[in-house]
Write a protein of this length. Sequence first.
Length: 146
Amino acid sequence: MGVVFLGPISYQLVQLRLADCLLPLTMVFGWPAVVGLTVGCLVANAFSGLGVVDLVGGSAANFLAGFLAWRIGLKGYRGAWLTGVLVEIVVIAVVVGGYLSVLFGVPATVGVLSLLASNEVTIGVIGYPLLRAVSKTSLTRVQASN
């Protein structure tokens, strides 16, 4: 519900959604995190005032970003987590930035670049270190092995 309470920075062309910093955790927690973050986005976007486009588009973007990052993270190659984070940033920027540019009547490049910058902060600068920190806990290692 943090997205709703921080509405002025959550529902515009610049979206600093602190909940988005949880997206990289799909690479540790897998399918349950993908589903949970998708549902969370759906609930948050119900309060955006942007209608069904935001409900469906934002949720689909979160689902696709989380799913792709999870699958990339499973590969286990050096740099997989960083690649997964970059994919999440780009997917959400393109999908959400694309439809927000139409809804707000601005050029697509403005919408995509605005979301790209926002997601670099929330997913990259906050989310990636969070992923690394959470992955080091014993509880996470137990859950990831199951």
